[in-house]
Design a binder for this molecule. Structure first.
Ligand SMILES: [Zn+2]
Length: 97
């Protein structure tokens, strides 16, 4: 038996797949989440991956927008044994006075 360490990744929100050797995780611009950078999961893992839309006032903050122009706070992956979160924190701006 030869062990290759190859892993097969899938996305529950689009048809994207990938194969890697030795990678811890895999991200892709997901068409199922309006182009957000979203994680892939190992093939066979039951999960839900969803975007969390920001519901408070954006004001002048530099926030992540999805492909439809909605401000997104995070992408949450919920599995049977836990949850992961990719956070899109607003970016600080520096203004000269
Ligand atoms: Zn996807």
């Amino acid at each position: 038996m030869i062990l290759t360490g190859e892993q097969r990744w899938v996305c529950p929100n689009c048809p994207a797949t990938a194969r890697t050797v030795g990678a811890d995780n895999r991200f892709h611009p997901c068409p199922g989440l309006a182009g957000l950078l979203a994680p892939m999961v190992l093939d066979g893992v039951r999960c839900e991956i969803r975007a969390v839309v920001r519901e408070d006032y954006v004001s002048g903050e530099d926030v992540r927008l999805d492909g439809e122009g909605r401000p997104v706070m995070a992408v949450v992956t919920t599995r049977d044994d836990g949850q992961d979160c990719t956070v899109y924190a607003p970016t600080a701006l520096l203004r000269r006075c």
